[in-house]
Ligand binder design. Structure first.
Ligand SMILES: CC(C)(COP(=O)(O)OP(=O)(O)OC[C@H]1O[C@@H](n2cnc3c(N)ncnc32)[C@H](O)[C@@H]1OP(=O)(O)O)[C@@H](O)C(=O)NCCC(=O)NCCS
Length: 160
């Protein structure tokens, strides 16, 4: 099998994640973010009644390769976090995860989806813009970066 075949999106399974998959998401999170969330904190989020989280699995044996965590609050919902392993990045997996999340949220009656993204995260911004999110405001100097610089958080939303 070639490396491109091994990253065929048709070979990816999408599962709805409950608290039992918190360790998988924590493992992915730790490899992708400077400030990882631990499995206990993730399990707590997944226990919430409005938790709507998709996890992507691929390979033989199946391994977790991506996730998107959403949280419903009445008519609105928020994307809490999203990540795709480095090996799987730039194959359209994040866009596919977002599409699945949005469809489920819409079916649950959610009207508007919100998220926050750092202005220095071009791949996440590309995913959100492709999915039709638009900037509504900015939180100035919200994220601290090593070396003492700070970057804005861009708050985006999309009507579902
Ligand atoms: C952000 C992330 C989830 C994207 O996952 P992914 O599966 O690679 O995303 P996709 O393949 O669906 O789309 C990536 C898009 O970013 C674009 N992109 C990648 N690097 C880029 C760069 N340096 N500049 C501009 N666009 C870039 C790709 O071209 C693609 O857009 P396109 O299909 O319109 O061309 C992944 O990079 C990740 O896990 N990053 C670390 C965690 C993170 O930052 N999460 C988001 C927090 S808000």
């Amino acid at each position: 099998m070639t490396s491109s075949e091994s990253r065929d999106l048709n070979m990816v399974s999408m599962l709805w994640a409950g608290p039992e998959l918190a360790p998988d998401i924590a493992g992915l999170h730790a490899g992708l973010f400077d400030e990882p969330w631990d499995a206990t904190a993730i399990a707590k989020l997944l226990e919430h009644p409005g938790a709507t989280t998709l996890i992507a699995k691929a390979g033989f044996p199946k391994a977790s390769v991506g996730f998107v965590m959403g949280q419903i609050a009445a008519d609105d919902a928020e994307v809490l976090s999203m990540g795709v392993t480095k090996e799987w990045q730039a194959n359209g997996l994040a866009k596919k995860l977002m599409e699945g999340l949005e469809r489920a949220l819409k079916r649950s009656g959610v009207k508007r989806l919100f998220l926050e993204v750092a202005e220095d995260n071009p791949s996440a911004l590309a995913v959100y813009k492709t999915r039709g999110f638009a900037e509504i405001t900015r939180r100035k100097a919200y994220y601290a970066r090593t070396g003492g610089t700070a970057v804005d958080a861009i708050v985006m939303s999309k009507n579902l």
